[in-house]
Design a binder for this molecule. Structure first.
Ligand code: AR6
Length: 172
């Protein structure tokens, strides 16, 4: 059974087998963590993403990490929050689960996530944190490849939300 870690930090600096990018469906870059990952990985990343021809919301695609400490980048567009009736919860669950499955298919023992959809895409933070940790917990219980999943929270508010959700979803 793998471990879930929750830390505050910058995901572009984390040395794991795979980091996850909160992308958009074009996979051609943007602001937020997506912009930070493209800047840190270098221009080879955009060239690799151009060959992927986009990605549907909730699905995931993989590239090398290029200049990052991480070996791979898994790109997933999470849902844009509208009013909660547009399958947002299901799509957010899919983004985490499909990213984990892709990491396991590439034999990654360690993976790090940012808080998908809770920035520009405005998914309510507390609800998103519960979906993230429930999906990760359930995936870890059924897989033998991934040993450690790190949630990398960029700010104190996000860190607090994930710590609280962890108590609820995983317990100590
Ligand atoms: N490391 C970890 N987390 C970060 C970093 C970083 N270096 N930088 C920002 N965050 P967002 P979304 C946090 O907006 O809501 C882009 O334009 C940030 O504080 O990056 O899924 C894409 O191209 C927040 O907690 O992603 C899409 O168009 C979290 O990452 C759109 O934004 C997610 O915020 C995706 O929106």
């Amino acid at each position: 059974m793998g471990t879930i870690r929750i830390i505050r930090g910058d995901i572009t600096k984390i040395k794991v087998a795979a980091i996850v990018n909160a992308a958009n469906t074009t996979l051609l870059g943007g602001g937020g963590v997506d912009g930070a990952i493209h800047r840190a990985a270098g221009p080879e990343l955009l060239a690799a993403c151009q060959k992927l021809h986009g990605c549907a919301t909730g699905e995931a695609k993989i590239t090398p990490g290029f200049r990052l400490p991480a070996q791979f980048i898994i790109h997933t567009p999470g849902p844009i929050w509208r009013d909660g009736t547009q399958s947002e919860a299901c799509l957010l669950h899919n983004s985490y689960r499909n990213s984990l499955a892709l990491a396991a298919a590439y034999n990654c023992q360690t993976i790090a996530f940012p808080s998908l959809s809770t920035g520009v895409y405005r998914y309510p933070l507390a609800a998103a944190a519960v979906i993230a940790l429930t999906t990760i917990r359930d995936f870890l219980a059924a897989n033998t490849v991934i040993q450690t999943v790190t949630m990398v929270c960029f700010d104190a508010t996000t860190l607090a939300a994930y710590q609280q959700a962890y108590q609820q979803v995983v317990g100590n």
